[in-house]
Design a binder for this molecule. Structure first.
Ligand code: FES
Ligand SMILES: [Fe+2]
Length: 438
């Protein structure tokens, strides 16, 4: 349990808020590149409680500026995309991609007033299918050399989905290795051959055991948590009857991402990005270490479960997440279908828009959550003390040397689980068609 005051400090994200100030020191996913593929590449973006508009101008360059026109507040998402910027349809004020007003066609000839008018604007860059924004003070940081950024575009597929809850509880489900044995339990095993693009449906590491069976049979993992340059490394150990140990390594990337194995072929690096205090998007980068990602298939699978343009899931609180008590009795632990994203969505949304952590009771299996909150508190304190140079990955560490992170499932024949996971990671990297060496 934590106090209401601390819960507010850890969760709220608007300008000037505690966690919001920390998040603003890191690149934030603002949109999928896919969203700018239409004939008129202009999309509304709400990020960290701020209303913005993202556009690709006539030179092909990106701009991210305040959504409301600095004149009298009209919505620039309806702006005319012309001359390297957006022109407000109300009185024709024109803004370039830095938010500078460059023309006020209704003001007196020769007026210099526009020189004083600037909409908020933030730097943006595009990386492997995602447009990233930096909304903090000073210079934006370099991108770390994570696999999802190093892999060529052909080997990364990006997608997103809307969750109707605060970002922190959304992320906390990703640093909770114990829940997979329950929330994502399938009472019968599917054919692992049908597992492409899905999580927990492959065989476990180099065994013939379906992942679903392993998670079901061994529900009490030992969880080890280590501090790293990028955040936390979590190792979940499931000690099997035959003396072998299943080792699953996942990661928290400070402040709001996770990196987890999806299958033997791919990992998922997933950001939980605040739209505002009560809504967030997950942005996933599916990274392949073997063949190019089948983006058409991956997109089709996910578009069947989401509506456009806001990427809201079709199963949600309004239709009880498709809950079927017969299915819950016979097939799945939740009764909400086979898509594990829906399970996670139910888990985090059903807590309430902002989980009331004054009423929670954390157990030993919540060690990742406890350690992460401690890191976030330290970061909040550092920013408040005017010492942003103490933040993870902003503290002078050469982020171009922060690689990986290692995310995999492995089987340790003996007790040396660390060697098992590292050997399996080295093998994957050695065989990778792009340069994944670390
Ligand atoms: S409100 Fe935009 S130009 Fe007047
Ligand atoms: Fe999950």
């Amino acid at each position: 349990m934590i106090s209401q005051e601390l819960n507010d400090s850890l969760t709220r994200v608007g300008p000037g808020s505690d966690a919001g100030q920390v998040l603003r020191h890191y690149w934030q996913p603002a949109a999928l590149s896919d969203e700018l593929m239409s004939g008129r590449p202009v999309v509304p973006v709400k990020l960290l409680g701020e209303e913005l508009v993202l556009f690709r101008d006539t030179e092909g360059k990106l701009g991210l500026i305040g959504r409301h026109c600095p004149h009298r507040g009209a919505d620039l998402c309806y702006g005319r995309l012309e001359d390297n910027g957006l022109r407000c349809p109300f009185h024709g004020w024109h803004f370039n991609r830095d938010g500078q007003c460059v023309e006020q066609p209704g003001e007196p000839e020769g007026s210099k007033m526009h020189e004083q008018i600037k909409a908020p604007s933030y730097p943006v860059v595009e990386r492997n299918g995602i447009v990233w924004a930096y909304m903090g003070p000073g210079e934006p940081p370099e991108f770390p050399a994570f696999d999802c950024f190093r892999a060529p575009d052909t080997h990364v597929f990006a997608f997103k989905g809307l969750w109707e809850c605060n970002w922190l509880q959304a992320m906390e489900v990703g640093i909770d290795p114990a829940h997979a044995s329950f929330l994502h339990r399938f009472l019968q095993d599917e054919d692992p051959a049908d597992s492409y693009g899905k999580q927990f449906r492959d065989k476990a590491a180099n065994t013939e055991i379906p992942m679903t069976k392993l998670l079901r049979d061994y529900p009490r993992p030992d969880i080890e948590v280590e501090d790293t340059d990028y955040g936390l490394k979590l190792t979940a150990l499931r000690h099997m009857e035959d003396g072998r140990t299943h080792v699953r390594v996942t990661n928290q990337i400070f402040p709001e991402a996770i990196c987890i194995p999806m299958s033997r072929e791919m990992t998922i690096t997933q950001w939980h990005v605040p739209v505002d205090d009560e809504t967030c998007y997950w942005y996933s980068m599916f990274t392949s270490y073997t063949a190019p990602v089948d983006k058409v298939k991956m997109r089709e699978q996910r578009l069947k479960e989401h509506r456009l343009p806001d990427y809201a899931p079709l199963k949600n609180a309004r239709n009880n997440y498709g809950y079927d008590p017969d299915e819950q009795a016979r097939e799945t632990y939740t009764g909400m279908g086979l898509d594990i994203n829906v399970h996670d969505q139910w888990a985090v949304e059903s807590m309430g828009r902002i989980q009331d952590r004054t009423q929670e009771h954390l157990g030993k299996s919540d060690v990742g959550i406890i350690r992460n909150r401690r890191k976030l508190r330290a970061a909040i304190a550092a920013v408040k003390a005017g010492k942003p140079e103490e933040l993870p990955m902003r503290n002078g560490t050469d982020v171009s040397r922060i690689t990986g992170p290692v995310s995999n499932d492995a089987i340790a024949e003996d007790g040396d689980w660390n060697a098992a996971t590292l050997t399996s990671d080295e093998q994957r990297r050695a065989e990778c068609p792009w340069d994944a060496r670390v």
